[in-house]
Design a protein around this ligand. Sequence first.
Ligand SMILES: Nc1ncnc2c1ncn2[C@@H]1O[C@H](COP(=O)(O)OP(=O)(O)O)[C@@H](O)[C@H]1O
Ligand SMILES: [Mg+2]
Length: 292
Amino acid sequence: MAGPSSSVRPDCEGKRTRMIRFDGVSFSYPTPSGGIQALDDVDLTLSEGEYVVVLGENGSGKSTLVRLINGLLAPGAGEVTVDGFTTSAEADVWEIRRRVGMVFQNPDNQIVATFVEEDVAFGPENLGVPRDELRRRVTSALQAVGLEGFERREPHQLSGGQKQRLAIAGALAMEPDYLVLDEPTAMLDPQGRADVLGVLHRLRERGRCIVHVTHDLSDAAQADRVVVMRRGRIVFDGTPEELLGNAALLAEYGLTQPAIGVLAQSLRESGVDVPATALDVARVVNALWPSS
Ligand SMILES: Nc1ncnc2c1ncn2[C@@H]1O[C@H](COP(=O)(O)OP(=O)(O)O)[C@@H](O)[C@H]1O
Ligand SMILES: [Mg+2]
């Protein structure tokens, strides 16, 4: 991870083999009535250095996709590889989990220790990272999420947003090559949400590879790339501008525009130059009155 004095870590650069790759992947959950197909023939490549937002309405298969990335689930058909390691081989899964940091929706389920610093140290400590290095990683990870000074606080006293930033710090302390977050802001209040998004954008600026899964359209505005899932398939793969400016497409994918997006859309229709990615008040105001 990029510490305060180091420059961007080279994880996301260079060799072509560095990628998360889905090749013809299908997956069904077994049920008494014969199974629910959650993924249907998915091909997807997530490359180094990208900030990819994966969108889709509830039940579209996003969490299944995430669980397949780090081998929590094994594909029924096809193959998932991370930097060439396959989730289908048990021996590779350990290596994959070292490379892919995961953050889930509920921050309370991700806390394992009594103090913030112990919680961040938990993963790397289990890997046998030596003491000095451990200290450096904890300091650096807490700094990356804006929780410096919280080392001796008890996680249960933190706000939802702070807990989720703690979970991100815990993932970062493992120094993963990819950070995959499954609806990390879904349970947070607006401030917590804004803080977590701010952390993700800072990480992205440092060259961090981020896969951000969400059903919230406004999270997509600042992504490099947006992938939309619907009924277990990838139905869109493009830029935020291409998707967010197309109300018909959004409706087709079951994605709801936030109120500010509806307003921006009707401003656009009456000839006002508001970009499709202006999905929060500040950006709409800025489009209307650039100097304010
Ligand atoms: N553990 C499970 N057992 C059976 N069906 C599941 C399970 N988890 C998810 N599903 C089903 O798989 C489909 C995709 O779910 P999921 O990947 O959780 O979608 P999303 O994260 O986009 O809401 C849905 O139809 C869902 O009901
Ligand atoms: Mg989900």
